[in-house]
Design a protein around this ligand. Structure first.
Ligand SMILES: *Cc1c(COP(=O)(O)O)cnc(C)c1O
Ligand SMILES: [Zn+2]
Length: 421
């Protein structure tokens, strides 16, 4: 298989179920999508992706056919999901940042406006429905926080047990609270996210639970809809398609999912290869294995054993979707850049000034854009979308630390006036 943009649609194999099948990204293996639980290729252990015999154009996604993610059901492996109205997130103008950075157009796609406050909902609405079809009785994930919040919520909605493994002390307060209230069993692991994923992937291989990390190819199908909404929304607002999409990178699931959305639009005849937006990944300096691989022009990432950043959602040293995401960046002519925690906090403040409240990892996209614009990698004539992945309230401690401190005053008007003057 090859992950190039001009990859012709493969002939439909016999294993396809209603025009949907699983394919290995590295060898010729294909398999039925809903008969057996698979996370990796049985022949070569590489990643799997969902394939379709037919690819709709944007005009074929009927405005009346469903809400948010499910308006794109014709591009998804199942007709309907376990849904709480995920997707259809706003594409905001950010005039102050647009002016300061100096690009032709800048929009922010705010995925923090999903039901549980992050884009993870788009994957879960699909993944949890597939889990129902597969007949599993326990769902599990490793998480830096948002995956656990989304899985707990969608699992609750489906009436299925949820087990989440979190790196102890490294998950923002809002996210643990969500997983807890939605009724997930929360295991705090004495290790980082990558250790959590190693353990939960082992549990899944032993049949203890169904894995809903972004290694799961069905989850990425739901996340593909971010790319479809971005193109439609940007075209509605500006009359053009964006030249570049800048996004934070943790496990690189979104990088892979957006690329897949664009490849399928190329296959549908909707986009010419040279119209596909440039995918630009941003990582925190303390957790930047993808940036390292892109800079050294490598085909694979080397795992970072020690990772640290204030942007806990992207505190990841072993991005599982790198084999899909590195071609995505390369084939679209994109790049990857690392930003410091202070640059992230600065960008978080800048977004807040334009009325967009995000958690630190999300602000990495804007921090990365600023950096690449300063370096001249991004041109002044470019039309850009930054993806902000999670809501401000996810990490109230980071928000409070980035903002101004409350000022103590006495409980009378004279005292308040005195303080204000
Ligand atoms: C999960 C997450 C990311 C990382 O996304 P990937 O698809 O794993 O690269 C970034 N930001 C936030 C807020 C997240 O929850
Ligand atoms: Zn294979």
């Amino acid at each position: 298989m090859d992950l190039s943009l001009s990859n012709p649609t493969a002939p439909t194999p016999d294993c396809a179920d209603d025009g949907v099948w699983l394919a290995c990204i590295d060898c010729e293996w294909t398999g039925a999508p809903f008969d057996e639980i698979r996370y990796r290729c049985p022949d070569c252990e590489s990643l799997l992706e969902v394939r379709y015999d037919d690819h709709p154009t944007l005009a074929e996604f009927d405005a009346d056919s469903g809400h948010g993610v499910w308006r794109y059901a014709d591009a998804l492996p199942v007709d309907s999901g376990v849904s709480i109205e995920e997707g259809a997130t706003p594409l905001y103008e950010v005039p102050t940042i647009e002016e300061e950075v100096g690009v032709a157009e800048l929009r922010v796609k705010h995925e923090g406006m999903n039901p549980t406050g992050s884009f993870k909902d788009r994957g879960m609405t699909v993944g949890v429905r597939v889990a129902e079809r597969l007949g599993v009785d326990r769902l599990a994930c490793a998480s830096t926080g948002n995956t656990s919040a989304a899985l707990a919520c969608y699992g609750a909605r489906a009436g299925t047990q949820v087990l989440v493994l979190l790196p102890a002390g490294k998950v923002a307060a809002g996210k643990v609270a969500q997983a807890s209230l939605h009724g997930a069993r929360i295991l705090e692991v004495d290790g980082n996210f990558d250790d959590c994923l190693d353990v939960v992937a082992d549990l899944a291989d032993r049949g203890e639970a169904y894995l809903l990390n972004s290694l799961n190819p069905f989850r990425l199908e739901g996340q593909k809809t971010i790319g479809l909404e971005m193109l439609e929304g940007f075209r509605d607002q500006t009359g053009d398609l964006p030249d570049r999409i800048v996004l934070p990178v943790g496990n690189a699931g979104n990088t892979a999912a957006l690329y897949k959305a664009f490849r399928e639009l190329v296959a549908a005849g909707e986009l010419a290869v040279d119209e596909v937006p440039t995918l630009t990944g941003v990582q925190a300096e303390g957790a930047a294995p993808m940036v390292e691989a892109v800079e050294e022009d490598r085909e694979t990432v080397q795992r970072w054993a020690d990772v640290e950043t204030r942007a806990t959602a992207i505190r990841i040293g072993n991005p599982v979707n790198a084999p899909k995401a590195l071609p995505a960046i390369r084939e679209t002519g994109g790049t990857a850049v690392a930003v410091s925690d202070d640059e992230i906090t600065d960008a978080q403040r800048a977004l807040a000034r334009d009325g967009v409240g995000v958690e630190p990892a999300s602000a990495a996209s804007v921090a990365g854009l600023r950096k690449l614009r300063d370096a001249g990698v991004v041109g002044s004539d470019e039309r850009v979308v930054c993806l902000t992945t999670g809501h401000l309230l996810k990490d109230p401690d980071a928000a409070a630390a980035a903002g101004a401190d409350p000022e103590p005053v006495p409980a009378d008007t004279a005292g308040v006036l005195d303080h204000l003057s």
